[in-house]
Design a protein around this ligand. Structure first.
Ligand code: ZN
Length: 232
């Protein structure tokens, strides 16, 4: 299968579905990791331009640990809007990746880039299948099923699917540790240690489904999107 995960910022996918992507990769599936924003606001002592470059390198390093192809960005942080131009950008990510499954943010997540990413992906995944809607790449044949990944710290999120990532928690952690520029920033700005955050969340979701570490997902269950497929 071809799995396309679309997050807002470099490091969101590692935090919210990195174990699942590692598990898919280990099974031989093709993984695409896209971030729509360039991460240029995730700091205060580095210029936005410089930070965007650093974060691009960190994202590629993290993706390389699971042989994922890293795609994006299409906007700066907090410059992501649900516009025609940006929808076309997401359509081309989908048309390029030709996914069987898309994983993205929950519409109930905590900040605008995450919420708009979710909306853009929902809208683009349908539009991407229309041959008469011309963009850089030809139409994708499948109205791709969408799984929403957990919200950051799991608030306002009740999973419908759980993935046992017990054997992939270490690689998830390694992937997140590639985002070196973010430790100090996240600790200072959001008052949480990212490693503690992913460990607590994975244990909490694990507790709910009877394994040590898990990631939670919610299927988008509207007409045309639901398929008889299993998440890993
Ligand atoms: Zn984010």
């Amino acid at each position: 299968m071809r799995i396309l995960a679309i997050g807002a910022h470099p490091d969101d996918l590692e935090i919210l579905c990195g174990g699942t992507l590692a598990k898919y990769s280990n099974k031989g599936h093709k993984i695409f990791m896209a971030h729509l924003c360039n991460g240029n606001m995730g700091g205060k002592d580095i210029s936005p331009e410089e930070l965007a470059e650093i974060r691009d390198k960190e994202a590629k390093k993290a993706g390389s640990l699971i042989n994922a192809e890293v795609l994006g960005p299409i906007a700066g942080d907090l410059d992501l809007y649900n516009t025609r131009e940006m929808r076309r950008g997401v359509i081309d990510i989908i048309r390029y990746a030709k996914p069987d499954i898309i994983i993205t943010h929950s519409p109930d997540d905590y900040m605008p880039d995450h919420i708009i990413t979710s909306q853009l992906v929902f809208d683009a995944a349908f539009t991407a299948t229309l041959p008469n809607y011309k963009t850089k790449y030809p139409a994708h044949e499948l109205i791709t099923p969408i799984f929403y990944m957990d919200t950051v710290v799991g608030l306002k999120f009740q999973p419908t699917h759980y993935v046992d990532i017990t054997d992939f928690f270490e690689i998830k952690k390694k992937m997140l540790l590639c985002h070196e520029s973010q430790y100090k920033w996240i600790k200072g700005h959001h008052l949480s240690d990212p490693i503690n955050l992913i460990e607590t969340m994975a244990k909490f979701r694990g507790l709910q489904c009877g394994v040590l570490y898990a990631e939670g997902f919610k299927i988008e269950s509207v007409w045309g999107r639901v398929r008889p497929i299993e998440l890993t």
